[in-house]
Design a protein around this ligand. Sequence first.
Ligand code: FAD
Ligand code: AMP
Length: 476
Amino acid sequence: MQSEYDVIVIGGGPAGYAAAIRAAQLGLKTACIDKRLDAKGKPAFGGTCLNVGCIPSKTLLDISHKFVDARDKFSSLGINVADPSIDIAKMQKQKQQVVGRLVRGISGLFKSAGVDALPGTGTLHSGPGVEYAPHDGDSSRLSAANVILAPGSVPVELEKIPLTENAIVDSTGALEFSEPPARLGIIGAGIIGLELGSVWGRLGSEVCLLEAMDEFLPMLDQEIAGQAKKLFARQGMDIRLGARVLGADVGKDGVALEFSDATGTHTQTFDRVIVAVGRRPYTQDLLSPNCGVVPDERGFIAVDDDCSTGVPHVFAVGDAVRGPMLAHKATHEGVMVVERIAGHKPSVNYDCIPNVIYTHPEIAWIGLSEEEARGRGLDTEVGRFPFVANGRALASSEAEGQVKVITDAASERICGVTAMGPSASELIAEAAIAMEFDASAEDLGLTVFAHPTLSEALHEAALDAFGAAIHMPSSR
Ligand code: FAD
Ligand code: AMP
């Protein structure tokens, strides 16, 4: 029997919506089901990323950073702005406008590509078939030649620290504060905790991050992590490592958090607390008992390198499968799967996925850190260049941080780049291109970079990897 759809995608986040658009471009009859509703109860495609993740957080980070510049920096540059203040309601309205625009954009893209947007819940059945339950109306069974599961993730909750309406919130709640809490406690000093701490700290909160691990940002180059921790402390973020939060007591004076560290058990009271201890795959209502796909003990859907679940014609992509929980990784997986369905042979290069922390300065990395490269037994050459020696960084009064380029001496290839500094999130794309094309540090050295640009810091770090940096003494 002919299926109604060539492809049904369940989940309309960066993994799912990109998969659906690409599938339609390739001439496949496609539907995308997403259950998310916005605050007004209207369907909102775009997933975590557009609605409660990347986009709203980056909007708040950008506005709060501009405010701090106006308050703390402008006068030193000769710009006099009398006593700047922040209108949080207006900032939140701006954030909502950005989100709304992008969410509407997805509907527009679906329309022009010819994707059927189906708001409601999708459940995989054997076949593969999909039960579609619209928000209002009766469920129906849709048949599909291929189903792509892209259900994404939700914040991890701590059993002993349940969320409350106002006092204890997750990342979604922390994007909605109507004023900076005077004392803000954040459980978890990972990427999301640091970004949200930056936003509210800049706007006036006294921020304390309690992190269970002894190491700060263990996935990051540890030299850069140490420098970042000092910079964040200078910005007023009190980061306590080795501090495991055990429980919370919500009272009149705020939330009393109980935590243990090397010196014993302590209690500290905050006006509000953000639980930022990671995310977990979200598979509620996604899988019927007969569908053949069973999540592993941590809730992830097991897939191979091509994102196949092992059940014929059923694929899974994005945050719900192994690998970093990042929007761009999710998108690439979604696109890769539909291109393979259409008979092409792309793959995702998991060794070449950039990571960014959108603090100030930004921290971005790709490939191996110095420690990871050494841990793999590689004979490494490390090139460094500090932004304080970069003309453009100085010209824009943004000279904190450095770029590190790690090369494998045997193959001469660049195997990792870490950058902390101005526009590190943009700069890491240049490193991604270099690594994707298997460039050596010398290849980057031979490439002409415009002057004066921040990118020259990457150029000089690559030159430094073989002792040829011009604007600083060799670090080798
Ligand atoms: P999601 O975006 O979670 O989308 C899945 C969608 O599927 C959801 O809308 C869900 O409602 C829907 N769904 C699930 N099950 C069903 C079902 N059965 N039926 C119908 N619909 C269903 N990543 C970055 O790369 N850069 C960043 O700067 C960044 N910042 C972030 C900031 C915050 C505060 C947070 C929380 C996350 C951030 N992330 C960032 C992570 C990023 O948002 C995720 O990696 C990305 O959204 C994953 O995409 P996805 O498509 O796999 O899942
Ligand atoms: P990420 O995975 O980047 O979102 O970071 C989440 C962080 O929260 C990790 O670094 C965890 O170590 C930390 N974490 C998890 N549980 C606790 C806890 N009970 N107390 C303090 N930190 C925690």
